[in-house]
Design a protein around this ligand. Sequence first.
Ligand code: SF4
Length: 474
Amino acid sequence: MFGEIKGLNEECGVFGIWGHVDAAQITYYGLHSLQHRGQEGAGIVVTDREKLSIHKGMGLVNDVFNQDILDRLKGTGAIGHTRYTTAGASDFVNCQPLQFNSQSGSLALAHNGNIVNATALKHQLEYQGSIFQTTSDTEVIAHLMKRSGYPDLKDSLKNALTMVKGAYALVCLVEDKMFVALDPNGLRPLSIGKLGDAYVVSSETCAFDIIGATFEREVQPGELITIDDDGLHIDVFSPSTKRTICSMEYVYFARPDSDVEQINVHYARKNLGKQLAKEAPIEADVVTGVPDSSISAAIGFAEETGIPYELGLIKNRYINRTFIQPSQALREQGVKMKLSAVRGVVAGKRVVMIDDSIVRGTTSRRIVGLLREAGATEVHVRISSPPIINPCFYGIDTSTKGELIASVKTTEEIREEMGADSLTYLSVEGLKTGIGRPDTTENCGQCLACFTGQYPTEIYPETDHPYDKVLGGK
Ligand code: SF4
């Protein structure tokens, strides 16, 4: 959970399975492998074909579920969610999946991403009489479905999806089927696999390896897929689609053992490190990476330059949210819990420290300090992504523009503030080359908005309620 101190937080992970007797248990394992995408809450909804059953709570997947709970969640279809709050307050009521019951049946929804026009839609729906139970943007989809007037559930979901804008990798469960949908820009990853005869859906392919499933296909932007006992039924809810997958999935968020659009994340990061070495070489004795997400890039930098890669920084793995943090006084005495520099590796050495990104700059400053205290004679910081100068509206909590250090300070000012001997970021072109997507469009089919400010969708400021645009308005 180093991301928490870095100030760059992933939004959520979703998982689903259809046609397996141990649906809840498999979903639990799936959520475990998606834990890095959200640690605030977790939930599972199962169907036994007659009714939905739910269990969710705040905390890590392990804290929320035990064997008794999983045994009670009987059914052959399930969806699950790990949550990090980017829209709505961080409390139990916003934990997903969200379940809704009505005379016509029950419905459970979970999504990864952020609906950028949720506030506007919510205002309009409330104006029309809807009462919201949560502050989560996911609930908007359920209300739009209910209000659509379509008797067929798929049609009502399709209609709702044409109204919501932004990023959403969505799983939806009813008694006798599951729906899976991806926004028209495909901003978040979502894949389908097979486990025997059962279908599985996951934000990341690492979940397939853990449960022994095989990868089948990516969900394509604008697709609405129904999974039931007759198999997979592919439908399209948006004819106008343009893949702009989040670049930061490759740089930082996804697990290195996942493939995002068939590119392995570890190799993508390694190539970013190689690219960085070509753009910003330096004479040094060792290369080290900030664990865990920057290690692949550090290996790539070392390979390209011939400078040996060493484990110069160690992360303490056993700190969780219940850990008693050292007081300010103890911190001043040098009690450092999350990360340590390895004195035997860095003392007397010129160190290249690879990090994947800088958000507020406080973490980088601390790490440079750790390396110097451990005896490094020089610390050269190399960042395997371009400067983050714009906030993300698609479910990544990158803070406001004013909190992003690269948007208010020059690279030289940041270098000085963090106490490094040199600091260089990867270029936007280098990022595209390093990830190496086969897409030949200008953006290579990826979102680069936090580096370039070119957002792939319309952005709806919180204060603006463009009812006319989204609902045909009153
Ligand atoms: S703005 Fe940045 S973090 Fe957000 S989706 Fe785009 S690339 Fe990813």
